[in-house]
Design a protein around this ligand. Structure first.
Ligand code: NAD
Length: 501
């Protein structure tokens, strides 16, 4: 990879050619209405490009293209080895265009380009490769029925998968859905978030270049209440995979009930607790990771460890360590490899975060941060912020802020820590820090969340399912379990000797 200086990234950014039309049936097209919306760089407030604004007519076109491709069978009935070859080629193409993919997300939604090029873009290639490599190693079942039968239990693709994703990891969220759905033979209609459509459009082009047949992967940029809703209500979409807020996840369940009872897989919000016990010897690492757990990606992470519960005897020590780390994580130009934190996705989100912060100043002790800042008078930047001395009932400790805001609450007993950790409508993830193995197992068992990370934060990999409990939704991305969402069980009975019963 070429050297990553600020100047290098700036000149690459200046040379970028944005794909800004919808991608359906294997080609880029304008929206049927001809309407567009602005894609804005939140670090500079500049318009990057005007993107096709799709609505229900475009969703109809994209779903029709997806259905046609599915019925044609060149992908849906292709040998797994053939699908594998195409998806491996796509992984290779993402790697060949790593810097471009990283830049698109950084410019579109403000994340550090350094993170995008080391985490997001390689992650996308890795996940496509992982599902490609998995797909020709999966076997179906023969059920242990009575003699004279062969009862096959197969997993078949569901058909047309609608995917609606958020803006915090645009390329990776698009990948998590589409890699698994495509690997098993579905056609996909993906609606990226209106704040960050650019990398998904380029991904569609690369998929086509890799050999994906026309119509198998379609990308329809547009707004939630128009394009997203039309996909959710569509009568010819078989499955809807959603990642986003709990509020909209619930809407998709309603859309399904109002239309064709399509399967809906919501992966929604979080307010993840991080428990630090005094018997954790390495408090420096715990502080490093607690800080990473809330400030990485500007805190715009569904599983961000936004609630820190710390045993009272080490609370002051931890606060000191956390403050030092927060103060060293100030936001800067997302294209500068020296910057420690990027821009918030847009003005609305920035104002939402600042509302929590301003209210928090009245009801909790501000340890550090608490200000919006501007770079050269512009942009959506919020300082890493820590609050302490707050009640569990404070909105800072209950609501998903989706920004770089940490709430620290002391506890006295293990039972109290568990009770507060579980006292949330969300159940996406949790972390805990202890050198006592029995305690680690005991507490992990008690936490009502999809993933528990012990002596680390936010652990995830292609091999393990990612998703939540309670109002964090019940869909699972990643791992072979994700394939269950995109396949239907089909049973075929074959009698050796035909009989009447
Ligand atoms: P959001 O729910 O506002 O939007 C998500 C997607 O839904 C976007 O594509 C949007 O256009 C679409 N949408 C919005 N309104 C809609 C409507 N009425 N009908 C149909 N579609 C609609 O969420 P966001 O602000 O983009 O993302 C942040 C949220 O995503 C947070 O709550 C975060 O926790 C969650 N998230 C969850 C996970 C997970 O795996 N559980 C991962 C990342 C983000």
């Amino acid at each position: 990879m070429a050297e990553n200086t600020l100047q290098d990234w700036q000149s690459r950014a200046a040379a970028l050619h944005f794909r800004n039309q919808a991608f359906m049936g294997g080609k880029f097209v304008d929206s049927a209405s001809g309407k567009t919306f602005d894609s804005i760089n939140p670090a500079t407030e500049e318009v990057l490009t005007k993107v096709a604004e799709c609505d229900s007519e475009d969703i109809n076109r994209a779903v029709a293209a997806a259905r046609k491709a599915f019925e044609a069978g060149s992908w849906s009935r292709a040998a797994p080895g053939e699908r594998k070859a195409v998806l491996l080629k796509l992984a290779e193409l993402i790697r060949a265009n790593l810097e471009e993919m990283a830049l698109l997300d950084s410019l579109d939604m403000g994340k550090l380009v350094q993170d995008a090029v080391t985490v997001d873009a390689p992650g996308s290639a890795h996940f496509f490769q992982w599902y490609a490599e998995a797909i020709d190693k999966l076997y179906d079942e023969v059920a242990p029925t009575d003699p004279n039968n062969l009862a096959l239990v197969q997993r078949v693709p569901v058909g047309v998968v609608g995917a609606v994703v958020p803006w915090n990891f645009p390329l990776d969220m698009a990948t998590w859905k589409s890699a698994a759905a495509l690997a098993v033979g579905n056609s996909v209609v993906l609606k990226p978030a209106e704040q960050s459509p650019l990398s998904a459009l380029r991904l569609a082009e690369l998929a086509s270049e890799a050999g994906l047949p026309d119509g198998v992967f379609n990308v329809v940029p547009g707004f939630g209440h128009t394009a997203g809703k039309a996909l959710g209500l569509h009568m010819d979409v078989d499955c809807l995979a959603f990642t986003g807020s709990t509020e909209i996840g619930k809407k998709f369940m309603q859309y399904s009930g109002e239309s064709n009872l399509k399967q809906v897989w919501p992966e929604t919000g979080g307010k993840s607790p991080n428990l630090i016990f005094a018997d954790c010897e390495d408090l420096d690492t715990a502080a490093d990771m607690a800080s990473f757990g809330i400030f990485f990606n500007q805190g715009e992470v569904c599983s961000a460890n936004s609630r820190l519960y710390v045993e009272r005897s080490v609370k002051d020590t931890m606060l000191e360590k956390l403050k030092a780390r927060a103060d060293a994580t100030q936001p800067g130009n997302p294209l500068n490899p020296e910057s420690k934190m990027g821009a918030i996705v847009n003005e609305t989100q920035t104002q939402g975060i600042m509302h929590f912060v301003d209210e928090g100043k009245k009801s909790a002790t501000l340890i550090t941060g608490g200000e919006r800042i501007y770079l050269e008078g512009k942009g959506c930047f919020v300082q890493p912020t820590i609050f302490a001395d707050l009640e569990q009932s404070n909105p800072l400790a209950r609501d998903e802020i989706f920004g770089p805001v940490l709430s620290v609450i002391a506890f006295d007993t293990e039972a109290e820590a568990i009770e507060m950790a579980n006292d949330s409508i969300y159940g996406l993830a949790a972390s805990l820090w202890t050198d006592n193995l029995s305690r680690a197992c005991r507490v992990a068992e008690e936490l009502n969340v999809g993933t528990v990370s012990v002596n680390t934060v936010d652990a995830l990999s292609a091999q393990t399912p990612f998703g939540g409990m309670k109002q964090s939704g019940f869909g699972r991305d990643l791992s072979l379990h994700s394939l269950e969402k995109y396949t239907a069980l089909k049973t075929t009975w074959i009698k050796y000797k035909p009989n009447r019963s």
